[in-house]
Ligand binder design. Structure first.
Ligand SMILES: [Zn+2]
Length: 149
């Protein structure tokens, strides 16, 4: 097992076999809407493996703590890397940041990888109040945005 990759790497790499024995999570295949992309996974020799629940929940906890803007699939990629002690290859800064917070090895694919941990806070998009609940305590709005901490 040489690396865990995301959908972007699979789509854009013509030399994915050169990366070695490559894995991704089943969610990535579902994420790829086009048949071409989905076929590319099958033809690229990329293996599918599910991330184990304990690691998924560990990654979720870190993601919640830092208000990470990552998707469930992103978090499963990092969880698979965590459980197998394998590096992640991704240009997604959110994936890289989660890996950084969890001491998982990672590298960028076409862009340089981040080197510093990032955190976000959730703020109300109507009144700007920082919040942890789904509705704003000050104005009751349910919409929020993430701001770098
Ligand atoms: Zn508000």
């Amino acid at each position: 097992m040489d690396a865990i990759v995301d959908s972007n790497v699979i789509i854009h790499s013509s030399k994915i076999r050169k990366l070695g024995e490559i894995y991704t999570v089943p969610g990535v295949q579902k994420e790829m809407k086009s048949q071409d992309a989905s076929r590319k996974i099958q033809n690229s020799g990329v293996n599918l493996m599910k991330a184990p629940e304990p690691e998924i929940s560990k990654v979720n906890q870190v993601s919640d703590r830092i208000n990470s803007p990552t998707s469930k699939v992103d978090e499963k990629l990092v969880a698979l890397a965590l459980s197998t002690d394998t590096k992640v290859i991704s240009d997604d800064k959110g994936v890289q940041n989660l890996a950084l917070h969890l001491d998982v090895d990672f590298e960028g694919f076409m862009e340089e990888a981040i080197t510093e941990e990032r955190k976000w806070k959730k703020v109300c998009s109507r009144c700007g109040q920082e919040r942890s609940n789904s509705t704003c305590r000050r104005c009751g709005s349910e919409s929020f945005e993430r701001k770098p901490r």
